[in-house]
Design a protein around this ligand. Structure first.
Ligand SMILES: C[S@@+](CC[C@H](N)C(=O)[O-])C[C@H]1O[C@@H](n2cnc3c(N)ncnc32)[C@H](O)[C@@H]1O
Length: 443
């Protein structure tokens, strides 16, 4: 990667300027990626942030065109597509295999003229209608979750489409067609499949009743977005590596980065693997919970109690010892949370999540520091949390850890207040929580 020192930001952020404190869309990322913005609308990833806000942040960094932006939690590539729109290159890392595939699909050059994809989608829909009666005869071979989320005639059409795409009928547009279909699933489901958790036992009225028409609509949007990128991204590089950003090898040749806009998983028990279970099962990427844990969740940083383990927590605690006050603070939080757990008959193991989470952050920040130019800025959106009412200042602790690995913490801004509680916390707490934006500067 070409290193251009002149591109190191020296804009309003560093001149004492203000960071934009409200997401541009006014909605923040608790609502997931936008349903209407180009590329974001391909698939509504619950953890994605508002793309117009990322564009605003990138502008605030005052980078020269052609800068390299990185994101170690790339998700569905909202930062990647915003960076491309602004004329920058982008390198991201994402551990969820399906979501990394989506991110790359948005960033790579399409195989041929995008209109041909919309035409192809219409032909696939016609062929799927023909095949639906025979697909209807085999619905019971589908995963239980899949069967329970759709009315039989809808599922038969979805399966027909899937089988045609798998059989190569979408030619060079196969992966695009796959995502037009995966994006359609929650639109036409007749069970509660809102984020984050799918509840197939609870029925709802489908938002759209015609699965094939909806599939074509989605493919048309994708084609439009690809068409509109046109030559704007030409000469720039943009991709997402499927990997674990704790692992230095996942960073490969990422170096000389001029900026980072990212949002790590929060310590709020949100499970990114489980959240995408419907898509994973429907496409056959996984066939059991155990397989989902081993193939999807295994590379994720520990941010939920379902992922925690005694051994990992112990190892993480010893790694954190070198982080001074931050290490001590994590140790104290761990002790408080352990005491809270012991007071309950079936307490959740938040005390085993905390050390592992912050040790992961330390490793990722260390890798990030190596990839960035001196003076470059990293903007992270992070929420705090309060398991069992014990306040965890996640953004503050990340900032302190960052200062040990080559960054200075320049700003810490409250973006919005939020009343979210840990999903499975039975004991309501009244600790006020917020989503914050921290600005780190590479020394
Ligand atoms: C808050 S979301 C970021 C979403 C993203 N901004 C987007 O545009 O969709 C955090 C992401 O970090 C990913 N993640 C968790 N652990 C990871 C790891 N060890 N390496 C890389 N990505 C990881 C999750 O799968 C999730 O997609």
């Amino acid at each position: 990667m070409l290193i251009q020192d002149s591109l190191v930001p020296d804009g309003p952020l560093h001149a004492g300027g203000l960071l934009p404190t409200e997401p541009g869309s006014g909605r923040g990322r608790s609502h997931g990626t936008s349903n209407s913005k180009a590329f974001d609308r391909w698939f509504r990833y619950p953890a994605g942030f508002a793309s117009d806000y990322v564009s605003t942040l990138l502008e605030t960094l005052s980078l020269s065109s052609g800068s390299l932006i990185v994101d170690p939690f790339a998700g569905s590539a909202v930062t990647g597509t915003a960076a491309r729109r602004a004329g920058h290159s982008f390198s991201g890392i994402e551990t969820h295999p399906l979501i990394a595939e989506l991110a790359n699909l948005k960033l790579q050059a399409p195989p041929s003229s995008p209109e041909s994809f919309a035409v192809m989608a219409g032909e696939l829909a016609k062929a799927a209608e023909q095949l639906a009666p025979s697909a209807a005869a085999g619905l019971e071979t589908e995963a239980d979750l899949t069967q329970r989320c759709f009315q039989p005639h809808v599922l038969a059409r979805l399966i027909s489409l899937r089988d045609l795409i798998r059989a190569g009928q979408a030619d060079e547009w196969g992966v695009y067609a796959k995502w037009a279909l995966l994006g359609t699933l929650r639109d036409v489901a007749s069970a509660r499949v809102g984020w984050p958790y799918q509840r197939p036992g609870t029925q709802r009225r489908p938002r759209f009743t015609d699965p094939l028409g909806r599939f074509v609509q989605r493919a048309t949007w994708m084609a439009e977005d690809l068409q509109n990128v046109g030559a704007s991204g030409s000469g720039m590089y943009a991709s997402v590596t499927h990997g674990d950003s704790r692992d230095p090898e996942a960073w490969g040749s990422i170096e000389g980065a001029h900026g980072c806009v990212a949002s790590p998983p929060y310590l709020n028990n949100f499970d990114y693997a489980d959240a995408t279970r419907l898509e994973l099962y429907f496409w056959g990427e996984v066939t059991s919970w155990a397989q989902m844990c081993s193939t999807v969740r295994s590379g994720m940083i520990t941010a939920t109690t379902q992922q925690s383990s005694v051994a990992a927590a112990r190892e993480a605690s010893s790694k954190l010892a070198r982080f001074g006050n931050a290490g001590t603070a994590v140790e104290e939080l761990t002790a408080q949370l352990e005491a809270q757990r012991n007071e309950r008959s079936r307490g959740k193991e938040y005390d085993r999540v905390i050390p592992d989470y912050f040790a992961a952050m330390a490793q990722i920040l260390e890798n990030l520091a190596k990839s960035m130019l001196p003076g470059a800025s990293a903007v992270w959106l992070v929420g705090d949390s309060a398991p069992y009412g014990v306040y965890v200042d996640t953004p503050g602790l990340i900032g302190q850890i960052a200062e040990h690995v080559g960054f200075s913490m320049e700003k810490d801004v409250v973006l919005r207040r939020r009343g979210q509680r840990w999903a499975s916390n039975q004991t309501r707490h009244d600790v006020e929580l917020s989503e914050r934006l921290i600005l780190l500067r590479r020394q």
